[in-house]
Design a binder for this molecule. Structure first.
Ligand SMILES: Cc1ncc(COP(=O)(O)O)c(C=O)c1O
Length: 400
């Protein structure tokens, strides 16, 4: 069946990136193509392929990808409405490539104060050492971003919702200001995936993803994806190649395989997470649930205006409790694993400390913070697991 450009995202998930020939036909899911050295018929062909290194449909050396990588890139670019996608080895590598492709010594960056912490470390570490200055801005700034722009501001970096604290940004307001000034915008769209938010359609220039999370979806591979229109795609491809950031075909294949079920998994993550989040709002131990899909979330109206859904990750602010109370809650959990990352099929929980990270706007909370990833388990079991945790938390207080 011919692929139609106008097909819905869910249809594209099933049909995208399937152009590889296989035994005279086409495999339903593209096979893993392994290669480092590629041999060519003659010198002319060898030199031609080498000169076309930006074009992802040609393989000249394995580090720049094989057909498996290109299939994933093609499927993901199409899904997010970009002209191209570059796959790299992790979400942080995607952020690094996107930033480095745009900046030079002496430039200035505007980065949301709610950004994923390693993005901040990159800016305050390597980028600062190489002469790039960063200002962190209030994620709620909206069109007020205009007041922070300097003559040498090159990039505005967004993440919505913010890591750990889940503020929703007014993306169209910020991109309108950036476009008028010729400043590149980059967004970390990992939480929403292209199914729940389309950055390029909201004026963003470059969208980055930790494919490690929902795209791979099974917590067993690292992956970064960078999507842009033609205008930025070549610079991104060349930047990734300069850094030698190619990915192995097995990880590309796991990304492609994950994409096929992204829609059904996300729908279930959304339902389960909302059920758990709503239950948490009624608990006496909880001060606030930071989930943009809840009507009392400060970013709910913008989320409703711009997003098509919410994934499974959100924050919880507890009422004041001694630190051994948090440990008592988390330590005995049966279904929520204690581990970093998220986006896989399983539930996870970690304590978070946003007050230690913020520099633009101090984080105000009455008690300790948690981040929960709600997986594909039965939400009734997850709720019972948390309920038992609250019981342990209350018992730990009486033991003091
Ligand atoms: C929002 C966000 N962006 C980027 C990353 C980095 O992804 P990776 O772990 O694949 O480098 C993470 C990882 O937790 C993340 O939460």
């Amino acid at each position: 069946m011919a692929e139609k450009k106008s097909a819905s995202a869910r249809t594209r998930l099933a049909h995208g990136g399937r152009k590889i020939q296989c035994g005279g036909g086409r495999a339903v899911n593209p096979p893993v193509v392994r290669a480092s050295t590629i041999l060519f018929e003659d010198v002319d062909k060898l030199l031609e392929m080498h000169s076309r290194r930006v074009d992802s449909s040609f393989v000249s050396y394995g580090r720049n990808g094989t057909e498996t990588t290109f299939s994933l890139e093609q499927a993901f670019a199409e899904l997010e409405g970009g002209d191209g996608c570059v796959a790299v080895g992790s979400g942080l590598a995607a952020i690094t490539v996107a930033l480095l492709s745009q900046i030079k010594q002496g430039d200035h960056l505007l980065i949301s104060d709610s950004v994923y912490f390693p993005t901040r470390k990159l800016c305050d570490g390597m980028l600062q050492r190489f002469g790039v200055e960063t200002t962190y801005y209030d994620p709620g700034v909206g069109s007020g971003i205009a007041d922070l722009i300097r003559p040498n501001t090159r990039v505005i970096f967004l993440e919505s919702p913010g890591s750990i604290t889940f503020e929703i940004q007014d993306v169209p307001a910020i991109t309108a200001v950036a476009r008028a000034r010729g400043i590149t915008t980059i967004i970390d769209n990992t939480w929403a995936t292209p199914l729940f938010f389309q950055p390029l359609a909201h004026g963003v220039d470059i969208s980055v993803h930790a494919g490690t999370k929902y795209v791979v979806g099974h917590s067993d591979a690292m992956l970064g994806l960078i999507v842009a229109k033609e205008e930025h795609h070549e610079a991104l491809r060349l930047q990734a190649q300069e850094l030698g950031y190619g990915i192995g075909p097995d990880d590309a294949w796991l990304g492609l395989r994950g994409l096929r079920t992204l829609g059904v998994r996300l729908d279930q993550h959304q339902r389960n997470a909302l059920e758990v989040a709503q239950w948490l709002t009624e608990r006496p131990e909880v001060a606030r649930v930071l989930h943009p899909g809840l009507p009392d979330h400060p970013g709910h109206a913008i989320w409703k205006r711009d997003f098509q859904g919410a994934s499974g990750l959100f924050g919880v602010e507890l009422r004041p409790t001694p630190s051994n109370g948090v440990a008592a809650l988390l330590n005995g959990l049966e279904y929520f694993g204690l581990g970093y990352s998220w986006g896989g099929y399983e539930s996870l929980a970690i304590p978070t400390f946003p007050e230690k990270l913020r520099t633009a706007v101090p984080w105000q909370a009455e008690g300790p913070m948690l981040r929960l990833h709600v997986g594909l388990e039965d939400p009734a079991d997850l709720i019972a697991d948390l309920e038992a945790g609250f019981q342990r938390m209350s018992e730990s207080r009486t033991l003091e």
